[in-house]
Design a protein around this ligand. Structure first.
Ligand SMILES: [Zn+2]
Length: 417
């Protein structure tokens, strides 16, 4: 099966992608694509994907995490599987390409091989991972972390926004929380993992590049910042005697922007949430709680950003006569993609006659969990206007087809190597 000799069917790919998007749209009866609210994943959607898998010759099973796994054997039974995959759930009111493109393209790759009458040496698996976005349970990468054996105690005890426990919901998808260990895969079962995804950022679209080779998946550190001052009368307390938690919070928020912005300590920094107590216009705020995060591909940069955040918090606390507690909440390590795996995607892009640039992924993906088990790589295609996690998310049919072709070429190259 010489790499570069096979072609995907672009119209079939885009028709299947459209059918998936339309189905959800109507099924959920809302104005955007909102799939898998707390795992209430429309059965019709799962069935549609399973039917596509079966017609591509994949035999389908559901693992204990509810992941849908299609597999086709290769000519050499001694070889481990090449895995292609992504997810079909979305954030609330999300778009129709995030995750869905990777799944439909993976099935198209297998269908294209079947149409050619050829067979790969390795077995090929297509995996639809359960609840990548974490919507409903606030536990993301549920399916891929189960495959990687990375479930945490909070996953087992998770309760959805609708009050239903994950343990009770998983059987609806064919999963079983008490047997979650059975979803775990051994490194020797897998040859590599390849995922096509929309960029979800502006770099490719703005630069006019059809393909992005992902260099690594961003790490993320999250902080809870609790600022305690003194609530008092907004009319009678002189400015010089105030211990205003809001003034301090504003300075911390600007500092976070400064750390990632002008100082370039890390790639991005955000204060995304704020609770104000007592939250009345005529009361000096006595307490403000901020939710803050930093992201970068290098863990050293995240560590440096934390040092700077704590230093600034101390300064502001002193100047404003408030107490500031910075608590590290979650640290998601960055996942580098090996130069070999990056080269595989670059070569696959060249075989398709396309240009690429290399770029890091600012968003999290199933690949970051799977990369802990097997060599993994990601292909990005442009998101028009850099918009994602919104109904306006759009990738042109041509770009979708380019991405699927690169995925097919990469799979064929991996099969040779
Ligand atoms: Zn995604």
């Amino acid at each position: 099966m010489p790499a570069g000799s096979l072609g995907i069917n672009a119209s079939r790919l885009n028709d299947n992608l459209d059918a998936l998007g339309d189905d959800w749209h109507h099924d959920e009866g809302c104005t955007a694509w909102w799939r898998s609210r707390a795992l209430r994943h429309p059965r019709r959607v799962r069935n549609y994907v399973i039917e596509l898998m079966q017609s591509a010759g994949l035999s389908v099973r559901i693992d204990a995490a509810g992941n849908i796994i299609g597999r086709i054997e290769g000519t050499d039974p001694s070889l481990p599987a090449i895995v292609l995959g992504s997810h079909t759930d979305t954030v609330p009111a999300g778009g129709r390409y995030d995750g869905a493109l990777g799944v439909i393209a993976a099935i198209e790759v297998v269908q294209a091989i079947k149409d050619s009458g050829r067979t790969s040496r390795h077995p090929v698996e297509v995996v639809v991972f359960t609840n990548e976005e974490g919507t409903g349970f606030h536990r993301w990468l549920l399916g891929s972390r189960a495959v990687a054996g990375l479930w945490e105690p909070e996953d087992f005890s998770a309760v959805g926004d609708d009050g239903v426990a994950l343990a009770s919901r998983l059987p609806d998808l064919g999963g079983n929380i008490s047997r979650i260990d059975e979803a775990r895969r051994r490194p020797d079962e897998l040859a590599c993992y390849l995922e096509l995804h929309i960029e979800q950022g502006p770099t490719l679209h703005r630069g006019g590049f059809p393909i992005g080779v992902v260099t690594g998946i961003t790490g993320r550190s999250v902080y809870h910042i609790d600022i305690v001052g003194e609530a008092n009368h907004a009319g009678t307390t002189p400015m010089s005697l105030r211990r205003d938690a809001m003034s301090a919070a504003a300075q911390v928020a600007l500092a976070v922007r400064h750390i990632a912005g002008e100082m370039e300590v890390c790639r991005v920094g955000t204060v995304g949430s704020m609770e104000v107590h007592p939250n009345a216009a005529n009361v000096i705020p006595g307490r403000v709680v901020l939710g803050c995060e930093f992201r970068d591909e290098r863990m050293e940069s995240l560590a440096a950003a934390e040092v700077e955040l704590r230093r600034t918090a101390e300064e502001v606390a002193h100047a404003e006569q408030v107490a500031i507690t910075v608590t590290a909440q979650r640290n998601t390590p960055s996942v580098p993609i090996s130069s070999n795996m990056q080269q595989l995607i670059a070569d696959a892009t060249g075989l398709a006659g396309l240009e690429h640039i290399s770029l890091p992924s600012g968003a999290g993906h199933d690949a970051q969990a799977i990369a802990t088990v097997t060599p993994s790589a990601m292909v990005f295609v442009p998101s028009v206007g850099g918009i994602s996690h919104a109904p306006a998310e759009y990738t042109t049919p041509e770009d979708c087809a380019n991405g699927a072709q690169v995925l097919l070429n990469a799979m064929a190259l991996a099969d040779e190597r």
